[in-house]
Write a protein that binds this ligand. Sequence first.
Ligand code: ADP
Length: 369
Amino acid sequence: MKILIINCGSSSIKYKLYFFPKGHLIDKGLIERIGEKNSSISTHTQGVKKVFENLIKNRSVTSLKEIEVIGHRVVHGAETFREPHFINKEVIRKLEECTKLAPLHNPANLEGIKACSKVLKGVCQIAVFDTAFHQTIPEYAYMYAIPVKYYKNYKIRRYGFHGSSHQFVAKRASEILKKPLNKLNLITCHLGNGCSITAIKKGRSVDTSMGFTPLEGLMMGTRCGDIDCAVVLYIMEKEKLTPGQADMVLNKKSGLLGISGVSNDLRVIKNQIRKGNKRAQLALEMFIYRIEKYIGSYWFILGGADAICFTAGIGENSVETIDRIKKDLRKVIPGKTRILVIPTDEELMIAALSYNLVRDSKGKRKVRN
Ligand code: ADP
């Protein structure tokens, strides 16, 4: 069965085509600059058409009918979607409702779904949610200590993100450790431009560092992570910032970039440190300190872990940074706890979840609708 995975951003479409049940990658690509000035692709529908053209051109499929399933990455599923879902009109309506919780991400994901329905009429589509893996977090960990009416009226709570990545890494850790996932306690650290850490107890997410939005938790490339909320109110008042401007400061101008003043990219920061840039050094120290602080607290709530896993751009490639964290961790955690670097593959996880849903519902439901 050929499964196409579509990951739509506001101006890009990342895609991967797999063959299942083996999970072999057949083709992959990226359509960029959708809707930008001087770009030949002005809409997601055109972008999706281009994806299909590429697949035919590369001979990855001879006819589009070979694509039996399209799996979509959807950032926010709120409390409505706790697992992957077949997409139909009702699901699209509910996804539109979730959009108010992720105004930057979900609209692009929806565009992708609608574009695929237009271009490949009747194809079976599945939505896989970044938030779903974290729906097992208990109430005492997902509630914020603000009046409960805000949860009741606006669904304000911790949701967590990067779910497919944490889930993939946990699954790989269980293969590496040769122990069933439901018998493992893990701390998974996704360290890319966006960064999050998840505490996994017997295979289920019980806490994660990102919250209502991806802003909370670790210090990131351009996001501030944890901060005293009063600081935000104070700056807004002092600098007469609108909520949109404040959002821009916290999401786009903070983190490694805000502290170093040079870049959100750890490679550039490392270079600057070699040249003696003190702010770049401070940015790295803060970045590492917060990771270690989170690992420590998750270690405690889990009562220890079988492994601590690092993944994504920094986790997989910044050997120096991870070695430094490992060295610090080894001073306190027992030797039997493994420290693993595991390359993530969110698309493969989305494909596997889509395949499982189709396989488990065979007979109950036609694949092409
Ligand atoms: P995104 O969240 O955008 O998918 P990535 O997972 O690609 O991000 O991670 C981007 C981060 O990974 C950047 O900070 C980049 O500096 C870092 N990174 C990638 N390769 C290396 C490397 N070889 N050494 C250090 N940092 C790296």
